[in-house]
Ligand binder design. Sequence first.
Ligand SMILES: [Zn+2]
Length: 230
Amino acid sequence: MELPSWQDKEKNGSMIRAALWLECEVGEGNIFRKSQLRAAFPDVAQIDRRIRDLRDYGWQIDTHREDERLLLDEQRYAKKGAEVWIPGQKRANAKARAGLSAVQRSRIMDGDDHLCRSCGISAGEPYPDGQDAQLDVARRRVILEDGSEEVQFVTECNRCRIGGKGRLDDVGALIEAARSLTHLEQGAILEWMAAGQRTLGPAEEVWGRYRALPEESRKAVQQALTEDQD
Ligand SMILES: [Zn+2]
């Protein structure tokens, strides 16, 4: 399908025109300078901002902050996102971009057991400094097993939400790491997943009892096990 013209001001807003300009004039993977962008859109006051808005639609546009090879006035059109010039595409992504409804929010928080998924604190529970935690829903960028990136929602406390901006979780890499564990370890983790918390396995239970013993008894236990190993 032929792309609409990025110069068509009648049909498309400036963010869509910016997307089309990247596609037609820059090309995925290539670098452009701010001056080129401004020269292409002399009529748009905040064209930089419209380029940034594209990130909400899955477009990856790197600056020197993300890619140290870039100069201050350079950006790289690293990856194409949703084809925002197609009306349905824009709407589907706009939904994810806009605020969530109260029902969607509480469904996400129910699914997360009303715990901050980053630090484990619950709503109203005090932080070590005495202030109470508040939970809210945050957006998290994740890399799926097939390598594609998507934004998912997660419950986080007000502190983790601020600290976690720009965080990117690689789900595929995690699945791979989990698969490389022993069968026994995988079984334990599956039990924790089902319980929604880390339950004590036989090894942790033994460790907990061992750790609380007086030194002499600890040595006795350690020695007995060491002898078994030999
Ligand atoms: Zn937290």
